[in-house]
Design a protein around this ligand. Structure first.
Ligand code: HEM
Length: 465
């Protein structure tokens, strides 16, 4: 079966049926292709492996049941843990139970939107530096890979917000290279997992992933040691917040090991996701001139050529809607999993103990029963009057319930601020003939990158020298 992904208009064509071997191949290499048409139309789909039941849930009430109402019965899936624990250790993303609850409680204040406001100028500053680079070297019809550019700017932002000036260019580049290897290799599930073989069956990481993970861990450990040696205090960054947080109930902070795992978790979870969503937003804008023009009008009217500040976000509702719609069509975390501790029943769905339950933003967001014109790019669907009747759990780019993404507010600030900063200066044009195809592993990114050229926006303000 040939999958067709044309660059305009962009639509998936899920087949009605698929053989087991083809399905296993897609699950390993690009899992969104493994979902047949019924996944986009049914409230849930149940598959039985050799020893494990796999369930994909899309009905919003059932998604809510797993993530919120009966969340105590659903721990992080052992299958997904096998992939993520070697990378981020026992950080927030991978821990469960009382340990997770304590870590979340002590980290939550560092991500409060009021604290995050202080990062707005770091975000627009990094975007502006990118524009200066673009203007100097790439403004003359040169082709750039917008995926790489967005990865670079979001990495710069997470480095500065996390470590202040405690990380240099070479270290940032080393992390970028390691992250690319990790994204490529780590999300390839072993056949043992896909067939539902027992957990004692051997599973291995590739050598280059182990090396990439080791490099990131050593770098982060070095930065933490340097910060502790130079004396904490006086820094206005996330590392400082994490070093200083104390559990309100016990008054305790984090051990060095916990701190390392949390820093790596936030560091890796916090840039690739936003980079991908921004890349997809530029791709969608390039295919929809009417949306692009409306974005141009909004940023010009509100900002008139200056860099946006935090307070502008409330005045840029259309920019936010574009970002939300890009997150709907191309959710950077296209699927995440839970494992049922005990047997459970929700409506007509029986979930056996040990079942691997997949929550898939990719499917929920394109579900035929939940959305009007599900595959079309329509930012207006996120206007308040058009959103009020939508079930909260039909739109889940950041998950939901107690384990909702802790960086949700960070990303919802960063995305629109970067979009507005760039849209004031440039329109991004997809190079003719460049095929854009989604690649899903742990995150979702454009497989061949995004080869684009720059066109000055109508009223082009001068970039700072
Ligand atoms: C568009 C950007 C982002 C998307 C789509 C996204 C998506 C998600 C999703 C779906 C989850 C829940 C996974 C689950 O329930 O199993 C999650 C958790 C998490 N995210 Fe994000 N994320 C984004 C940005 C960020 C940023 C900017 C940070 C940090 C600065 C971050 C840090 C985390 C952490 C630490 C968790 C684990 C939370 C917990 O389990 O308590 N994410 N993210």
């Amino acid at each position: 079966m040939v999958q067709e992904w044309s660059n305009t208009p962009y639509r998936p064509h899920p087949p009605a049926h698929m053989g087991l071997f083809e399905r296993l191949k897609h699950l390993r290499t690009n899992f969104i292709y493994a979902w047949t048409a019924n996944y986009y139309a049914q409230p849930f789909v149940v598959d039985r492996g050799l020893t494990t039941t796999f369930i994909v849930v899309t009905k919003p009430e059932y998604v809510k049941h797993v993530l919120v109402n009966n969340h105590e019965n659903y721990v992080k899936s052992s299958m997904q843990q096998a992939t993520l624990v070697p990378l981020v250790g026992h950080g927030l993303l991978t821990s469960d139970g009382e340990f997770w609850r304590r870590q979340r409680r002590i980290m939550q204040p560092a991500f409060h939107y009021k604290r995050l406001q202080t990062f707005a100028s770091t975000m627009t500053g990094a975007a502006d530096e990118m524009l200066v680079r673009w203007q100097a070297s790439k403004g003359n019809g040169e082709v750039l890979d917008v995926s790489t550019e967005m990865a670079q700017v979001t990495l710069d932002i997470i480095c500065r917000t996390m470590f202040g000036s405690g990380i240099d260019r070479a270290q940032v580049d080393a992390v970028r290279d390691a992250s690319a290897i990790i994204a490529q290799d780590l999300g390839t599930p072993p056949y043992a997992d896909l067939l539902g073989l027992p957990r004692w069956f051997p599973r291995r990481l590739t050598r280059r992933v182990r090396r990439a993970i080791g490099n990131v861990q050593r770098l982060i450990e070095k930065i933490i040691v340097e910060r502790r040696d130079n004396g904490e205090g006086g820094h206005d960054d996330l590392l400082e917040m994490l070093l200083s947080v104390r559990d309100e109930e016990t008054g305790e902070g984090m051990t060095d090991e916990q701190l390392r795992d949390e820093v790596i978790t936030v560091f890796l979870a916090g840039h690739d996701t936003t980079a991908n969503s921004l890349g997809w937003a530029w791709y969608l804008l390039s295919q929809h001139p009417e949306v692009e023009a409306r974005l141009g009008d909004e940023v010009e009217n509100v900002l008139g050529g200056r860099l946006p500040v935090y307070e502008d976000l409330a005045k840029l509702p259309y920019t936010k809607m574009i970002f939300e719609e890009a997150l709907r069509l191309y959710p950077p975390a296209p699927a995440f999993m839970r494992e049922a501790i005990a047997e459970d029943q929700v409506g007509d769905l029986r979930i056996p103990a040990g079942a691997q339950v997949t929550i898939a933003p990719w499917l929920s967001h394109r579900h035929r029963e939940l959305w009007d014109r599900p595959d079309d790019f329509v930012p207006e669907r996120f206007a308040p009057e058009n959103s009020k009747d939508r079930h909260r759990y039909a739109y889940i780019p950041f998950g939901g319930g107690p384990r909702i993404c802790i960086g949700n507010a960070f990303a919802m600030m960063e995305g629109p601020l970067i979009l507005a900063t760039i849209a004031q200066r440039y329109r991004l044009r997809l190079v003719e003939g460049h095929i854009v195809e989604p690649q899903s592993k742990i995150t979702l990114w454009p497989k061949n990158g995004l080869r684009m050229t720059l066109e000055p926006a109508q009223s082009l303000p001068e970039a700072a020298d």
